[in-house]
Design a protein around this ligand. Structure first.
Ligand code: FES
Length: 184
């Protein structure tokens, strides 16, 4: 019995050695196998990953539609005052959180006339601040100054503040949001 097992083991070892001799090490074959494995991995990753990538990129590739956003009741804004209003931008996605919020400066110029200015300075895009005493917009970055009608008063801004369209509906003021009104 012992002899039989020993013989079998001997045969196995000899078989392995013969196999090894018949199949000499081939770097080309190894390279080919690696390429096949990598190729299969790539194909599987593409099958699984591309639909997921499309899911995430699709909202970014869509052209944002203009959306009217309510920013308050007409009576919330006194005549000839400028107030900051916050609204959700037109690009909002469910996962954006507070980063989907945008702001504008809303001026009530008449009983039913509202003017909305983008808060982005036309020099390099810093958010401008309204100073009620001076009746001017100030940019904190490089000293840009704008009049209450958005025209440039001083500093480096090359043009007036951009405007949003506004309308009054059912006693509420609405702003037309879309592409951020920001021109270089
Ligand atoms: S960004 Fe406003 S003055 Fe430069």
């Amino acid at each position: 019995m012992k002899e039989e097992i020993g013989r079998e083991a001997h045969d196995i070892v000899r078989g392995a050695l013969e196999f090894k001799q018949e199949e000499p090490y081939s770097p080309e074959r190894r390279k080919f196998l690696v390429l096949v494995i990598l190729g299969c991995g790539g194909i599987i990753s593409a099958i699984v990953g591309l639909p997921l990538l499309g899911l995430f990129l699709q909202p970014l590739l869509q052209t944002p539609k203009d959306v009217w956003r309510v920013v308050g009741k007409v009576d919330d804004f006194a005549l000839n005052t400028t107030t900051q209003v916050v609204f959700q931008n037109a690009y909002a996605h469910p996962w954006d959180g507070v980063s989907s919020h945008d702001a504008a400066w809303l001026r009530r110029a008449g009983p039913a006339t509202f003017v909305a200015f983008s808060e982005y300075c036309q020099h390099l895009g810093c958010p401008v601040r309204w100073n009620n005493d001076a009746q001017l917009f100030y940019c904190p970055c490089h000293g840009g100054v704008y009049y209450s009608n958005g025209q440039v008063a001083a500093g480096p801004p090359p043009r007036a503040l951009q405007r949003y369209q506004t309308r009054v509906r059912n006693g509420y003021v609405e702003l037309k949001t879309g592409a951020i009104p920001f021109a270089y």
